[in-house]
Design a protein around this ligand. Structure first.
Ligand SMILES: C[S@@+](CC[C@H](N)C(=O)[O-])C[C@H]1O[C@@H](n2cnc3c(N)ncnc32)[C@H](O)[C@@H]1O
Length: 506
């Protein structure tokens, strides 16, 4: 019985430390031990054992502050819709080490792993009592008993510093809290506070959810405050479903200047973000296509936007033909050509993609293809990045050119983008390309997953050389008849190509 009694006494002491309290709540520490401790704590003799425990140097922190709450702003900010920075102020108690100023720098290096790191906060402060310094420590990073671990004690010994940890009332202000801590304190408890945004030059582009809308101006201002260089925050207020693929946006905070300058793959672009399409998430894809090009190649960019394929291709000394229907995109495309000093390598157009393919592209292919030989083998590429609709434009290639089919390896390569909500997006996109080309691409195309746009919606790129039987007008009647694509045999209840494509729009 006595042994058991001691065992319970020992476990109770351990449980009173922060380490064990955390462990008990986070792991499957037997609940029965906790009950036993609660029971025995009520006995005066047991209480004495616990109080005597030398681990209790800072009981108020151990007892009263849950880890998560330690770095939260003042609770009265909950529900705030107009940012009042002063209201976030809060005093917390943190451990400090008293250190002679002569050794401070060396010591800081050795104790970096346990010092307090907060935005805008100094780790070392003057000791108001004398010439010494106080090093602020992170309560989460020092051992449970609120004393230093063996290795830290060893370091202090070398510097002849007293390992005694004392407490310090530290005032945290709005500047010392992180965006997420601020938003978690303001928004209703339990609601998602995701504060992610895309940066386009000085603009932060947010995509707020409905429950965040009452706090939209505050969220926008916090993003500006916490991200140097951002002076304006905007929220998307409609889905992209208009012709020019731009979206309406509302300025949440900061200056309402939408003309921005940004860099992608080492190239600078300027544009009016409210009037053109720009998506920073496509930078890898832009780079991937540019990697395929060699100097001297020809690029036709059917839906060019402000130039993220066209300009780097021209920089790489390719001949570029770029087109966009949106007059604003066209204006900024011209501007970016000048800005990047490639206006001599690019011919720009402002017309519908179909007209561009039937006009300038056809004309150029008619001129270029006969000149290409096995020796002079510049490749021709046609980029079609309008994922909701581009696949529908592929029928333009059917019998686009007169004359004799050129050698297969000289045929232009199309990179056509498409959304897919299908379980097998690669197969889906290939089938639709086959529908509009009127031939099978089996074994002569590749598909690439560009990005997941939504949980069940992928952006794909299908690349293929336009089959000669598609591109050239038939020379004689006994030519090969193209294999009827599997996709043409629509399954029962399947949408028509038109309906399916409309449903794929974002
Ligand atoms: C998805 S954006 C792609 C822009 C750019 N290529 C990029 O990768 O960021 C599609 C572009 O196609 C343009 N566009 C939409 N319909 C068009 C059409 N029928 N003909 C030509 N351009 C069109 C839009 O204005 C927009 O700039």
């Amino acid at each position: 019985m006595r042994i058991l009694w001691r065992l319970y006494g020992y476990s109770a002491r351990l449980l009173k430390t922060k380490l064990f309290r955390t462990a008990a709540s986070n792991t499957s520490f037997p609940e029965v031990w906790l009950l036993l401790v609660q029971y025995f704590e009520r006995l005066p003799g047991f209480f004495w054992v616990v109080q005597r425990n030398s681990f209790f140097t800072m009981p108020e922190i151990l007892e009263n502050k849950a880890d998560l709450e330690l770095y939260s702003p003042h609770p009265e900010v909950r529900g705030m819709t107009t940012l009042d920075r002063a209201a976030f102020k809060r005093t917390i108690v943190v451990p400090v080490l008293k250190v002679k100023k002569e050794v401070i720098n060396k010591l800081l290096k050795s104790l970096k792993h346990i010092t307090l790191h907060r935005p805008g906060l100094k780790r070392v402060i003057d000791d108001p009592k004398d010439e010494d310094r106080l090093v602020l420590l992170d309560p989460h990073k020092i051992s449970a008993e609120y004393s230093l671990g063996e290795s830290e004690q060893e370091i202090l010994k070398q510097f002849n510093i007293d390992p005694q940890v004392s407490k310090y009332n530290l005032e945290l202000t709005y500047d010392n809290f992180k965006t997420e801590e601020i938003l978690r304190a303001v928004l209703p408890v339990g609601q998602d506070v995701t504060s992610g945004f895309t940066r386009i030059g000085h603009i932060a582009h947010l995509n707020l959810r409905d429950h965040q809308l009452p706090y939209k101006h505050l969220i926008g201002q916090v993003i500006i405050d916490k991200n140097p260089g951002i002076t304006c925050s905007v929220n998307k207020i409609n889905i992209i479903d208009n012709t020019y693929r731009n979206f309406q946006m509302e300025v949440l905070a900061g200056e309402a200047n939408m003309i921005t300058k940004t860099r992608e793959n080492n190239i600078t672009y300027e544009f009016d973000f409210s009037k053109v399409y720009w998506n920073s998430r496509l930078s890898t894809e832009h780079g991937r296509i540019i990697e395929l090009l060699k100097p001297g190649d020809v690029l036709f960019d059917v839906f060019a936007g402000v130039g993220p394929f066209a300009i780097p291709a021209a920089k790489k000394k390719c001949s570029v033909f770029a087109n966009d229907l949106n007059p604003e995109s066209y204006k900024w495309l011209l501007h970016n050509c000048k800005l990047n000093k490639v206006d001599k390598n690019i011919k720009n157009f402002n017309m519908d993609g179909r007209d561009f393919l039937l006009g300038p592209v056809k004309e150029e292919l008619t001129k270029e293809l006969p000149l290409l030989t096995k020796e002079r083998k510049n490749t021709l590429h046609i980029v079609m990045n309008l994922p909701a609709l581009a696949i529908k434009f592929l029928d333009v290639f059917k019998h686009l050119l007169d004359g004799k089919p050129c050698s297969t390896d000289l045929l232009p390569t199309v990179h056509c983008y498409s959304f897919s909500k299908h379980d097998s997006p690669a197969k889906d996109v290939q089938e639709w390309a086959e529908v509009f080309l009127g031939t099978s691409l089996e074994g002569r195309c590749s598909t690439h997953l560009v990005r997941s746009v939504a949980p069940n919606k992928e952006m794909m790129c299908i690349s293929f050389q336009i089959p000669a039987e598609v591109l050239f007008k038939k020379q004689c009647t006994h030519e090969e008849s193209p294999v009827e694509p599997a996709s043409k045999r629509l399954r029962p209840n399947e949408d028509s190509p038109e309906e399916k494509l409309t449903s794929l729009k974002d």
